[in-house]
Design a protein around this ligand. Structure first.
Ligand code: FES
Length: 181
């Protein structure tokens, strides 16, 4: 039920985003060299690039959607799923990679049931791999809700997810209580 509500809200949100993309594109010249700056603009405004956003962009620049998709997926900086309420980023820069960053990423993937670049169906969590975040002495590093978590281990992954789930449950109970009062 909760997932259905999240999906419904997600659809409305995507409609709003697409209409915003449509009007923002009108402000830019229809030059093919604008492709990457426009992808960056969409990502900056909305945190991701919806598939239909790429179609609108393709129409605007008179390119094929598959060309836009090919360029967008070539670069790691773009994501194609909406960011979750709790964004999780795992650093895979050199120091973190050497200290087991991949294992940390795999643990998050297993725990959340999604792959890097994806968002959980309830839109609570999104998971991304990132390049060095500048805290190499703390490797391996993850950024959870914009907070740096250093010296990550598989059990720390469990702990982080568990505490976020407890927090969510607590908020839900408080909201249910408010509704019944
Ligand atoms: S490589 Fe991960 S913080 Fe530098």
């Amino acid at each position: 039920m909760e997932v259905c509500r999240a999906l419904e809200q997600g659809d409305k949100e995507e409609e709003r985003i697409l209409s915003d993309i449509s009007s923002s594109l009108k402000l830019f010249e229809r030059k093919r060299s604008n492709l990457i700056p426009l992808l960056q603009m969409i990502q900056k405004r909305h945190g991701y690039i919806p598939p239909m956003g790429m179609v609108l962009l393709a129409q605007h620049l008179d390119l094929s959607p598959s060309h836009v998709y090919g360029v967008a997926t070539f670069y790691n900086q773009f994501r194609f799923n909406p960011p979750g309420k709790h964004p999780i980023k795992v650093c895979l820069g050199t120091a973190c990679h050497v200290k087991g960053g991949e294992i940390i990423l795999e643990n998050f993937e297993r725990k959340l049931g999604i792959k890097a670049g994806e968002t959980t169906r309830d839109r609570e969590f999104s998971l991304d791999r990132v390049a060095c975040v500048g805290c190499c002495a703390l490797a391996p590093v993850a950024i959870v809700n914009d907070k740096v978590e250093g010296h990550m281990t598989p059990s720390k992954v469990e702990g982080i997810i568990l505490s976020l789930e407890i927090e969510k449950e607590k908020k839900k109970r408080e909201a249910d209580k408010d509704d019944t009062e």
